[in-house]
Design a binder for this molecule. Structure first.
Ligand SMILES: [Zn+2]
Length: 284
């Protein structure tokens, strides 16, 4: 897998603002490792250094769904043909070499699904949750998004990994902080050991929230880049650091989904559209 990785893939140029530092000092990564095989995805540089973890942020390319879900849509609830979604999910599962692919009925809440050894049987109902944490190898845990953040949190010491769906409602509820706390209380993770990676999502260029006074806690104003535009990447970083994750252990892709609908889905940019996948899995 590693030999297929292309650093700074020239075929996927990022808009210039993705590389620049925002007012809050959040810098988009320039060293994303792009992989172009049966599917196109990228890996985060620091997470990739851990042999105990497999992960990928999948683009919308090389799937089978028709417009407006073209093409690697992973959601059954956006109006796409279920058979096409199933084919796409199978492609992702194969790419990850996973025994099982676990996803949730995401509800912009703060419920967390915990999968422990001994309580997972492979097939079951889809839980309503926005984060999943597991210690079980070879189970690929996936979140689906179109503008929201897919966040991977990994503890290499305890071999525990979480996939989190975090939109602005997730930020308001501090779901990232809740996941970190759960990793500590259930699995004994040390917060300072955790690595975190924030995927493509609505950037400060496009995250306009008119009427934010009614929906955001007051402290979010610290992350307002210009009138009504917020740096949600910086808010997530701050919430992770506030929960005990070291700033140096956080990676931010720095890719705005609304600006890059060629690579990812954007609810704000496209309305009726698909959901792309962020997937993480412990290696056995
Ligand atoms: Zn943008």
């Amino acid at each position: 897998m590693h030999d297929q990785g292309l650093r700074n893939d020239p075929a996927s140029p990022l808009p210039s603002h993705s590389h620049s530092s925002s007012k809050n000092g959040i810098q988009g990564l320039t060293g994303l490792i792009w992989v172009r095989k049966a599917l196109t995805y990228f890996r985060f540089p620091k997470l990739s250094l851990n042999p105990g973890l497999v992960h990928g942020v999948f683009t919308r390319q090389k799937g089978v769904s028709n417009p407006p879900y073209d093409t690697l849509n992973t959601s059954f609830t956006v109006g796409d043909r279920p058979d096409d979604v199933m084919v796409n999910l199978c492609k992702i599962k194969e790419t990850m070499h996973a025994e099982h692919l676990v996803f949730m009925d995401q509800a912009h809440g703060d419920d967390i699904l915990v999968l422990r050894k001994g309580d997972f049987y492979g097939v079951g109902d889809v839980a309503t949750a926005d984060a999943v944490i597991t210690e079980i190898p070879r189970i690929a845990i996936m979140v689906k998004q179109a503008d929201c953040q897919g966040v991977i949190i990994f503890d290499r010491e305890k071999a525990v990994v979480a996939s989190v769906h975090c939109g602005w409602r997730g930020n308001v509820q501090d779901i990232l902080g809740h996941v970190v706390t759960k990793m500590e209380t259930v699995f004994g993770c040390r917060r300072s050991d955790l690595l975190a990676a924030i995927g493509p999502s609505l950037g400060p260029c496009c995250a306009e929230f008119a009427g934010h006074e009614k929906i955001f806690p007051r402290y979010f104003e610290r992350f307002m880049e210009r009138r009504n535009y917020f740096d949600l990447w910086a808010i997530s970083c701050w919430q992770l650091v506030n929960s005990g994750v070291r700033a140096g252990n956080i990676e931010v892709a720095g890719i705005c989904t609304r600006c890059r609908t060629d690579l990812f889905y954007s609810y704000r940019g496209e309305g009726r559209t698909g959901r792309f996948a962020t997937v993480a899995m412990l290696r056995s």
